[in-house]
Design a protein around this ligand. Sequence first.
Ligand SMILES: [Ca+2]
Ligand SMILES: [Ca+2]
Ligand SMILES: [Ca+2]
Ligand SMILES: [Ca+2]
Length: 384
Amino acid sequence: MGRSGSGIALLGALCGCGRIGFGPPGGDTNRDPDAFVGSCVGDGTFQPQVVYAAGGAQDVTVGALGGDAAPDVVVTDILQSHAAVLINHGDGTFAPPFELTTEVNPISIDVASIDGDSLADIVVANSVSSTVSVLRNLGGNEFAPQVTYAAGMRPRSVALRDLSGDQRPDLTVVAYDNGMIHTRMNDGTGAFLSLSSDPVGAQPLELAVADLDQDGDRDIVALSAADAFIVRLNLGGGTSWTSTTFTTRSSPVHLALGDVDGVGGPDVIVSLGSSEKLAVHLNDGSGAFGPEVLVPAGAGPRGVATGDFDHDGDLDLATARLGNDVLSVIENRGSEGFAPPASYPTDSGPGSVVAADVNVDGALDLVVGNVNVGTISVFIANCR
Ligand SMILES: [Ca+2]
Ligand SMILES: [Ca+2]
Ligand SMILES: [Ca+2]
Ligand SMILES: [Ca+2]
């Protein structure tokens, strides 16, 4: 990785917010670089990809599906209408996938335990069917047949996160065709209640959930194809919300949240599909976001992940670059801004990326979904 290259100190110039660059999170013990449990201190670089056939890879995520600490991988196959699970052997290598039937055009996936046990369950948004499939994990790599719920017109992105505060994850989708956000609350047993609906801007592409105003409950960001993102602040209980629209640059395609400057809570990171940039919008601490700071990423960025890959206490960025068949890792250099991207070859058509410590050695690894060929690329972190 080009640690000796010139940093890109552009935040002060473009953001106008009075900071020179992305500073380290001073005093933030939650991100203490010594707070890992394994023996590996990542150096910010990665081994070459290890490719696994997955049957499809429209979207990829990770979760504790197998009951141990090693994250397993779940993908959706948008053409064959199934999800597929790749169980981690425990060392960051993966068993062949097994398939779980969904409805038509599963486009987005998330995992969490919906019923309070230790096994993560799966939810999938089915675009053409306009439903969400819930796939309950029975243990032993067995899943119950899908239970489906109506989910608006062409749901595009799904999240499984607690919004009400009862520690049971609730179901939220954004529906592309009619610009709505829909939520179904978890009844406490893993079943979902009636559909609530609110406008969320034209052609919503993706949603992400985090506590944006740092008041203890989870809020929502929805990315709109109309060059904007919509911030919905939870006023309590997940039933009453404020909604504010922020403008970003053209051709937004994917969204991530992460506190890249170490202050003010989670910031918004948007990948700009037809440019060579990521747009970072800093959170002022109240869930309001500043103008974009453009971070060079290389051509055609799609999915974005955040993580402290070099263990220096700040969040770095990774993006799957669909047109170039590479994963780019972008080091956060604190007050010097972001380093030029370091790129690693993937399989054909990388569209999504997720960070997780798949070999359980203490350093975050990266898993990329390659949509053209239905494979995943696993990048194991190098240790210092
Ligand atoms: Ca909140
Ligand atoms: Ca921040
Ligand atoms: Ca870092
Ligand atoms: Ca690792």
